[in-house]
Design a binder for this molecule. Structure first.
Ligand SMILES: Cc1ncc(COP(=O)(O)O)c(C=O)c1O
Length: 304
């Protein structure tokens, strides 16, 4: 394992993340499905891929402070990576941010800036802060290094399984999907990229709203790969999270959206042919409240 990258940033990642055949899921959906376990990254989500590249870039350009808009995984990851690398990390969040997430961000030394309003207002305030203070801009939609970080996922999948037919990606800003696709484009693999979204949701908060801040790169990836966008209901997302737990994968509901949308794809478009991958983007282990909400239903199902 390489401890420091060439740019002098603490790496903290043991690549590649596992790609595993999901036996229980495959049996239930009647086709071979593989899970790319991004939930095994150091802070429990694929955002670590982005944070690494962001901090390399920030350090290279001589910044000592970074700023980001996020309510969850991206902020936790960037705060942790900043802490380890001696960089100050400003995190802009909506006032409504959960205690649980805020505590994690602060625990890693992130400086919280709470903003009244929705994500749009928070984003605008963060961008203004960046421009006013000359701080490094780590916002989605304004930083191509994040896409570069996620591209490693596509490249790894090719070395692990060759040329997959379909890749289902939990999607909000589109940074991840665009990044994974750009990784495939460095190889001969050309899977169809399916954006799994949850525009209206109470459980999949990490991807709520389908914000599309990396709209251009997302649309290009969907068009070039012949992909589509499909959403899932909260009921289907919870069911998918419970099904994945039977594989021994405790992921947050936003991550299970990839499986929920695969099921919807089967009924509305047809059964995907060839190796199919779902990205499992984040662990649920950081979020005790989510664990209670989701698995409380699980135990109810069990006793009925
Ligand atoms: C667990 C998880 N999965 C997927 C996504 C979607 O990534 P993107 O916003 O790049 O589309 C996020 C974004 O925050 C996330 O936290």
């Amino acid at each position: 394992m390489q401890l420091r990258t060439e740019q002098g940033v603490e790496n903290m990642i043991t690549y590649p993340t596992p790609l595993v055949k999901l036996d229980v899921v495959s049996q239930i959906v009647g086709m071979e499905v593989y899970g790319k376990l991004e939930c095994t990254n150091p802070t429990g989500s694929h955002k670590d891929r982005e944070s690494l590249k962001v901090l390399e870039d920030a350090k290279l350009k001589g910044f000592r402070e970074v700023a980001i808009t996020s309510t969850g995984n991206a902020a936790i990851s960037l705060a942790a990576y900043s802490l380890v690398n001696g960089v100050r990390c400003h995190v802009f969040v909506p006032e409504s941010v959960s205690e649980e997430k805020a505590r994690l961000i602060v625990s890693f030394g992130g400086e919280l800036h709470k903003v009244r309003g929705g994500l749009k207002e928070v984003y605008a305030e963060c961008v203004e802060f960046v421009e006013r203070n000359g701080v490094y801009d780590a916002n989605p939609g304004r930083n191509l290094k994040k896409i570069e970080g996620d591209s490693a996922i596509g490249a790894e999948i090719v070395t692990q399984i060759g040329n997959p037919s379909y890749v289902f990606v939990p999607t909000n800003n589109g940074t991840l999907l665009a990044g994974v696709w750009s990784g495939f484009k460095r190889t001969k693999a050309r899977p169809r990229m399916i954006a799994a979204t949850a525009p209206v949701t109470e459980v999949a908060d990490s991807i709520a709203g389908y914000s599309r801040l990396d709209e251009e790169a997302l649309d290009e990836a969907l068009e070039e790969s012949g992909g589509i966008v499909l959403s899932a209901s909260d009921k289907d997302i919870v069911e998918a999270a419970i099904l994945l737990s039977k594989e021994g994968i405790f992921c947050e509901p936003a991550s299970a959206t990839s499986l929920a949308v695969l099921k919807r794809f089967q009924t509305e478009v047809g059964k995907p042919q060839g190796p199919t991958i779902i990205l499992i983007t984040g662990t649920i282990m950081k979020y005790p409240t989510r664990i209670m909400n989701i698995f409380h239903r699980f135990s109810q199902n069990y006793s009925s």
